[in-house]
Design a protein around this ligand. Structure first.
Ligand SMILES: [Zn+2]
Length: 240
């Protein structure tokens, strides 16, 4: 296989496709039954995403499902290249923002939205599942960063795709227009009850210390509520 340092095989048939310039990462899961892409990333990063997929032998039409971790533009921007072939899936609170082009919440600039409307075919709920044969994905609704934020739990290997909800080191992301610090703390407390081996976030490094990251994230969120100075907010350019 040709080398591309933007592509990392994290598990058999699970690949990190690294985002650039503050665009989110994408993750490819080559399933026995269906191929899933988690987040499409920034629109402008699409040519690089396409090249990485092609290197893995995946053409656009081979992606069956795109799951968006939430409604921010840097995670859904390239959906439009997939939506005529693949099913686009997002939590229903994200779907309502994406489909009406709610710029306040998605943070699109007006100049970015002169393209065909973004579609969401599958409106997800907490506990929705995708059976891919070799992998099983379970949706966990984790509002906080935004109202429509989800984490995607891979049941067989206990992996968690976290979008902007949990980052390595417990660094917080910006709490968005539809988000809530209270919901965020509640969501992380819920995740803390789950057995998780590795965290695959939307930006920055992957993590093999989920418990520490989540404890730190809760401490950071509580500090944010107290208006403490020096609470770490994520910068999205760290290399994994
Ligand atoms: Zn976000």
């Amino acid at each position: 296989m040709p080398k591309d340092d933007r592509v990392i095989e994290l598990q058999p048939n699970i690949f990190l496709l690294r985002g650039e310039d503050s665009g989110s990462h994408s993750y490819l899961i080559r399933g026995d039954y269906k191929n899933v892409l988690i987040d499409s990333g920034l629109d402008k990063n699409f040519p690089k995403l396409q090249r990485s997929l092609l290197m893995l032998g995946i053409k656009l039409r081979d992606i069956d499902i795109v799951i968006n971790t939430h409604e921010h533009f840097d995670h859904i921007g390239a959906n439009r290249y997939f939506q005529d072939y693949a099913l686009i899936a997002a939590h229903r609170f994200a779907a309502t923002k994406i489909t009406v082009e709610d710029r306040y919440v998605t943070m699109y600039k007006s100049s970015d939205l002169n393209e065909p409307p973004l579609k969401v075919h599958l409106w997800l709920e907490d506990k929705s599942r995708f059976d891919l044969g070799n992998y099983i994905l379970k949706i966990v609704h984790t509002p906080g960063h935004t109202s429509g934020s989800i984490c995607i739990y891979e049941v067989t290997r206990k992996l968690l795709f976290t979008g902007d909800t949990v980052f390595a080191g417990g660094t917080l992301s910006y709490i968005g227009e539809s988000g809530s610090v209270g919901d965020y703390i509640n969501s992380i407390s819920l995740l803390e009850t789950m057995k998780i081996n590795e965290i695959y976030p939307g930006h920055g490094a992957i993590s093999k210390t989920p418990e520490e990251n989540m404890q730190k994230a809760i401490l950071n969120a509580k500090a944010l509520l107290r208006d403490e100075e020096g609470v770490e907010i994520a910068h999205f350019q760290e290399a994994p």
